[in-house]
Write a protein that binds this ligand. Structure first.
Ligand SMILES: NC(=O)C1=CN([C@@H]2O[C@H](COP(=O)(O)OP(=O)(O)OC[C@H]3O[C@@H](n4cnc5c(N)ncnc54)[C@H](OP(=O)(O)O)[C@@H]3O)[C@@H](O)[C@H]2O)[C@@H](O)CC1
Ligand SMILES: Nc1ncnc2c1ncn2[C@@H]1O[C@H](COP(=O)(O)OP(=O)(O)O)[C@@H](O)[C@H]1O
Length: 499
């Protein structure tokens, strides 16, 4: 699991590396600039293009100056550096690199006013005005300069973080910073890149390694962690010889209503393909035919208004909610399940039922998993102004209630009772279609039935669900929830095989 860093922690990692490795601060900057250029050249190999590099006077600006130097050495002849005179202060490494630029053939001008930008005719722009040192919103002439740079309408590459975009913390109001095509950031992605608001600041980002001390970074107490394929491989267990269906647990999916039977089918299908030994779908009578016709492996537990919780003892994991609707029976089932202390997943309509019965929330069993999307989360725990606030709130609730909150989005945030937030990197917009969350719920239920811990089940399910969508989307514009459900077994197989 990769630990993500705040800007303050990044500075600590920087200081530690300089103090403990044989590398001086200016050489670390040079290394960062080289790593940036290497990445930049993968996209931009036409050295006849002209490049305008906008530099502030801190270390981000220092990087920009070093990048100018290295690009010149790589055959880019038409480089011009614009030093933005926004402050009297300058960092030591900026000063050293400025001296180097002044001694080179690189063209350099000082820029104080947005109006001076009118005549700039570069093919490409590199933004090195402000990086992780941003400590207040952009305003005054600097805001005007940034606006004018955006208006040049050229492809912008940002160094480490686009100027004006906070690397972490609340993203306030309307974004007025640099709108980059790509941000090439150092050692770790910025936490805020995982929130939807970042689309205004950068279309994409790429992380380059600059040689900071990895041991030190991993031992920092970072709240945010990032799942890697190796983590998933480390958790997944192979199916052993002589095992039988009883070993892999019995999952119960309480889902579906007259008009939303599909949700129950999708969840149950995903549960089957994710390896539960037995899957039972608790559905309305009206859905029996559909279930038997489409998923013959799944058993049915019809809901006829008399279902009682003592029928549920034999199940190893219970998921409730997909397409469940809002009946008195569904209400009382959820209420009694909460008291039942079984491995539990609460999704969709069951989350909305919880929101209408807030006094049940405190009684949710330990390590239960809640899988809200943004709207369901806000209904449950109150409105949030932006994603930073929402994830902070999910983090607090997961700790307070001792549950796992899987806050779903393009990047899904798995908030643990320990206060850690695990970011899932898989998944893509081809998956933005109804039923996808039902599939995730079935997958989590299957892993819980197979006796993975709630945390493991959450990590495995989110990663593999997204990976299935990623694999399918290589040749499909949109992937359906059924396709993802059916792909899951293949993805588990691939991950297990290479173990
Ligand atoms: N591992 C690492 O960490 C490495 C980091 N490296 C690089 O260092 C970068 C961080 O550099 P940095 O700390 O010097 O900050 P930077 O972003 O250049 O800002 C400078 C000054 O700007 C000012 N300022 C802030 N907000 C403002 C505003 N809204 N409007 C106007 N002014 C504003 C503020 O001055 P103040 O307000 O305090 O007077 C601040 O001190 C990082 O992004 C990466 O590129 C690599 O070189 C190597 C390894
Ligand atoms: N743009 C996207 N990128 C990655 N994953 C996505 C994207 N859009 C949707 N998903 C995934 O699809 C699922 C959608 O869940 P949800 O909104 O509950 O769907 P539904 O209610 O239709 O079943 C989540 O797991 C989410 O992470």
């Amino acid at each position: 699991m990769l630990t993500l860093l705040t800007s303050a922690q990044m500075r600590k990692a920087d200081e530690f590396t300089i103090a403990n490795k044989p590398i001086a601060s200016i050489d670390l900057m040079e290394k960062a600039a080289r790593a940036f250029v290497q990445c930049f050249l993968k996209d931009e190999f036409d050295t006849s293009k002209s490049v305008a590099i906008f530099c502030g006077k801190g270390n981000n600006g220092g990087d920009g100056l070093a990048i100018a130097h290295i690009l010149l050495a790589n055959g880019y002849e038409n480089i011009k550096v614009y030093v933005i005179n926004i402050s009297k202060k300058q960092s030591d490494d900026f000063a050293i690199n400025l001296q180097r630029i002044e001694e080179s053939k690189c063209k350099k001008v000082e820029l104080t006013k947005a109006s001076e930008l009118k005549n700039i005719k570069a093919d490409l722009i590199i933004d090195a005005i402000l990086g992780s040192g941003l400590n207040k919103p952009l305003e005054g002439e600097l805001a005007k300069i940034v606006k004018a740079i955006n208006k040049l309408n050229k492809r912008i590459y940002a160094v480490d973080v686009p100027t004006g975009f906070p690397a972490e913390g609340k993203i306030a109001g309307e974004y007025n910073g640099i709108k980059a095509y790509k941000t090439i950031c150092f050692q770790r992605p910025k936490i805020n890149f995982f929130f939807p608001e970042s689309v205004d600041a950068t279309e994409k980002f790429e992380v380059v390694e600059i040689g900071l001390d990895e041991n030190f970074i991993q031992n920092l107490n970072g709240d945010f962690q990032f799942v890697e394929e190796t983590d998933v491989k480390g958790i997944l267990k192979p199916r052993k010889l002589f095992t039988h269906k009883g070993i892999y647990g019995h999952a119960l999916i309480i889902a579906g209503d007259t008009n939303t039977m599909g949700a129950a089918l999708l969840s149950s299908m995903a549960c089957l393909h994710s390896g539960a030994g037995l899957t039972t779908a608790c559905i309305p009578q009206s859905g029996l035919k559909a279930l038997n016709a489409t998923l013959p492996e799944v058993m049915a537990l019809p809901r006829d208004g008399t279902l009682a919780i003592n029928n549920l003892d034999k199940y190893h994991a219970i998921a409730i909610g997909p397409g469940l609707g809002f009946s008195a029976e569904a209400n009382s089932l959820l209420k009694s399940l909460i008291a039942h202390k079984k491995p539990l997943i609460i999704d969709a309509d069951a989350l909305n039922t919880l929101a209408e019965n807030p006094d049940w929330i405190d009684r949710i069993p330990e390590n239960a998993i809640l899988t809200p999307h943004m709207k369901e989360f806000d209904r449950l725990f109150g409105r949030n102004d932006g994603w930073w606030e929402r994830v902070q709130s999910a983090k607090i609730q997961a700790q307070k209630l001792n549950v796992i909150i899987i806050l779903k989005n393009q990047f899904t945030f798995i908030c643990l009772p320990s206060g850690k937030v695990i970011i899932n990197p898989t998944g893509n917009p081809a998956m933005a279609q109804g039923g996808m969350g039902d599939v995730l719920t079935g997958t989590i239920a299957a892993f819980m039935a197979q006796k993975y811990s709630s945390t493991e089940a959450a990590i495995l399910a989110c990663f593999i669900h997204g990976r299935a969508g990623d694999c399918l989307s290589k040749e499909l514009f949109v992937v359906t929830a059924s396709q993802v459900a059916q792909q899951i077994s293949k993805e588990i197989y691939k991950l297990n095989k290479i173990n």
